[in-house]
Design a protein around this ligand. Structure first.
Ligand code: ADP
Ligand code: MG
Length: 685
């Protein structure tokens, strides 16, 4: 089999779109569709519309404007009216067209000032029709493409491929197909490219989305089964003297949710199967205390614990809290971060302490999963703010150890259930709903940039009362880009404030481009209360805990996502004083207004996360590229919620009942191969 119309040059262009094989081409799905299912009357068309017209062509004329621009003009007549049609640089058409040729024209109607009439200004498709030939109408695919590969190329080549290829074998088990009323694969593949009508298109999308989601879910189920059910983990000791002592000396009484989840975690850890648990809890819900107890539980039985944080600042914060609190009990806590591994000597030293079990608990960033880190007896891995680590990183850490450690994942990003099914499908989920007592709700207000002066006067008053404040800015330095150039970056806001209204107040600036050592020192000074105002970027977003900070001002608040703003404001309201979050923005669009109002009206992170997802999509929600979501071509984890849940349920049954997923994986591979390795033949043409 070869693909007509694809020579070596086209093949090279396709490679730019990551299309290397026939199968890649086949699954290069349309990004949109144009609906050309009805013929319009010339008398009815209006400027701006894209229409299908059928009529006869008269008064053809060709003009050469410049050496590289020629225009063909003609008049199309369909008995209801006449309209001028213009083609640019399509000289060959002139040879094919005659006075009175019957044609179908798909094009965009424009008002032509010079002629003072409507014209077809942009012809998308023109087809010559026989005297009695019916135009072939329908939904036309629009492919993701580059400027050098026109839509017509994709449409023609795809049609050729679909017409010639043998029917695709079905890869889903018949039971699933029947039960969920899914379209057969072959029909779905034809229909996603050239749907007969909207119903076919919807069914095809659903089927192909199901395939993707089902495959992922089966994968996740397999991982879960392999690690959770098929591999033996560590049976940690029951909570004994050490755990109880530390439990009793916590500076607060745990909330019921915290107690229940620790009990759940304890059960998991004592079980002979490895723990794979996710704790979801809004900012400030007290996940760290649960993690601490779990780590102590591991240490009590003679194991080591690792705590992985997404930033140096957070790793540092956990380290300091843990070591201060735990060393009186003889628990040895260490920090593995860029700071302490600067030289080879330092690195070797800490690696040695880890591998010779001179440390009981090691806190670190992703440096914990670097080659070379070997734990003597790793019993528990806690990952904080997990959404920054992908599935892959999770499994790498598992391999760092001979025994299979338990794993506890904590996230402050309230991931909606549907989302967690995809990203964390291999984990059991616990939810902390209750907040520690005595918290006053954060008062969130939305102010125009014109009130900036008054806002900062208010901040000053709070600082003079003994509180501390954050100011958050979206950018580090001024940007040249058109959309960002009006935004005051953190450096300038810091100057403006520290040399202006806060001249006599100790201020500091913090952003991601600073050296880890400097960041730590700045954070430490703020935590100690030496600095009163911290102007920063979102590096303070996750986990940072300074209870005396009660005011946060967010500059250009409309630049942030809802979930992110919620995380940010979670930095205040951590003590017993009333806290404020003031969102500054000069964006007055309804959309931005609506988002700000949502933030004002609710403190429910889950609700905000759902909204954020709807507005911005999963990529934005999780931050660039690192969201750990698998690459999906058809499915959309938000729009296809029902399909996702169906895929999840089907996978759950399938993986446990059929026990063997190999045949499914094999089929998928064969399919890719069948259409894949033949591609070289095409390109030789
Ligand atoms: P997060 O879930 O966002 O990681 P933390 O674990 O950092 O939250 O806890 C937020 C703050 O609440 C910390 O200062 C912590 O000491 C405090 N805290 C945690 N649990 C309780 C509790 N049960 N009662 C009172 N304060 C608590
Ligand atoms: Mg935390």
């Amino acid at each position: 089999m070869y693909l007509k119309g694809v020579g070596p040059r086209k093949a090279d262009m396709l490679k730019k779109l990551d299309i290397f094989t026939m199968y890649d081409f086949l699954t290069h799905y349309p990004r949109a569709y144009e609906n050309y299912s009805t013929v319009s009357k010339i008398a009815d068309v209006d400027a701006g519309e894209t229409v299908v017209l059928v009529g006869r062509m008269y008064h053809l004329e060709q003009r050469v404007i410049r050496h590289n621009l020629s225009i063909i003009e003609g008049t199309l007549d369909d008995d209801t009216g006449r309209i001028t049609v213009m083609w640019f640089n399509q000289d060959y058409l002139m040879r094919k067209l005659e006075y009175g040729t019957r044609m179908m024209i798909i094009g965009k109607i424009k008002w032509d000032d010079w002629r003072n009439e409507l014209v077809v200004g942009q012809v998308i498709n023109s087809t010559i029709l026989g005297a009695h030939e019916q135009p072939s109408l329908g939904i036309m695919p629009v492919y993701p493409s580059t400027s050098s590969l026109p839509q017509s190329f994709f449409r023609t080549a795809m049609k050729n491929l679909l017409d010639k290829m043998p029917p695709l074998p079905e890869i889903l088990p018949q039971v699933i197909l029947k039960q969920l009323k899914l379209m057969p694969l072959d029909l779905a593949m034809h229909s996603i490219h050239f749907p007969k009508d909207q119903r076919y298109l919807d069914a095809a999308r659903r089927r192909l989305a199901f395939d993707e989601l089902f495959l992922i879910q089966c994968g996740l189920m397999l991982i879960k089964r392999q690690t959770k059910y098929n591999r033996l983990g560590i049976q940690h000791e029951k909570n004994g003297e050490l755990v109880n002592k530390i439990f009793d000396s916590l500076p607060f009484e745990l909330t019921n949710d915290q107690k229940n989840i620790f009990a759940e975690v304890s059960r998991d850890m004592e079980d002979k199967l490895p723990m794979r648990r996710l704790i979801q809890g809004d900012v400030g819900s007290g996940k760290t205390a649960v993690a601490l107890l779990a780590l102590v539980k591991a240490v009590q039985g003679g194991y080591q614990g690792a705590m992985m944080a997404p930033t140096e600042i957070l790793a540092n914060q956990h380290y300091e809290k843990f070591s201060k609190f735990l060393s009186p009990f003889g628990i040895r806590v260490g920090l593995l971060s860029a700071k302490v591994t600067r030289t080879k000597k330092m690195r070797d030293e800490i690696y040695k302490q880890i591998s010779e079990h001179e440390l009981d608990i090691v806190v670190g960033t992703h440096s914990l999963i670097q080659e070379g880190v070997r734990f003597a007896k790793l019993g528990l891995v806690v990952t904080d703010e997990q959404h920054r680590f992908g599935v892959v990183q999770r499994s790498v850490l598992e391999k760092r150890s001979v025994l299979i450690p338990d794993m506890l994942v904590m996230t402050a990003t309230p991931i909606p259930r549907t989302m967690s099914l995809t990203v964390y499908g291999d984990l059991d989920v616990s939810l902390i709903k209750e907040m520690p007592p005595g918290r006053k709700p954060i008062e969130t207000t939305f102010k125009s940039i014109r009130s900036r002066k008054r806002v900062y006067e208010f901040v000053r008053e709070e600082i003079l009362k003994g509180r501390q404040a954050y100011v958050v800015c979206p950018l580090i330095s001024r940007s040249d880009s058109e959309t960002l150039k009006h935004i005051d970056p953190v450096v300038e806001v810091y100057e403006m404030l520290s040399e202006g209204i806060f001249r006599d107040v100790p201020c500091d600036i913090l952003h991601g481009k600073m050296k880890p050592k400097d960041k730590d020192e700045i954070m430490e000074r703020f935590r100690a209360g030496e600095t009163r105002l911290l102007v920063s970027t979102t590096v303070i977003e996750v986990g940072v805990d300074v209870p005396n900070a009660t005011v946060m001002v967010v500059e250009n608040a409309d630049r942030f996502g809802l979930a992110q703003l919620h995380q940010l404001r979670g930095r205040v309201g951590r003590g017993s004083e009333k806290s404020y979050c003031i969102l500054l923005s000069n964006n007055k669009t309804d959309h931005s207004q609506e988002r700000m109002e949502l933030l004002q009206s609710t403190n429910d992170g889950f609700k905000l996360a759902e909204e954020d997802l709807k507005m911005r999509g999963p990529g934005q929600f999780f931050g660039e590229a690192q969201h750990g979501l698998p690459d999906l071509k058809v499915a959309d984890v938000f729009r296809d919620v029902e399909t996702l849940i169906a895929a999840r349920d089907a996978a759950e049954k399938f993986v446990t009942e059929e026990a063997d997923l190999n045949y499914f994986v094999e089929l998928r591979k064969n399919l890719a191969l069948a259409y894949g390795d033949k591609f070289s033949q095409i390109t030789r043409d």
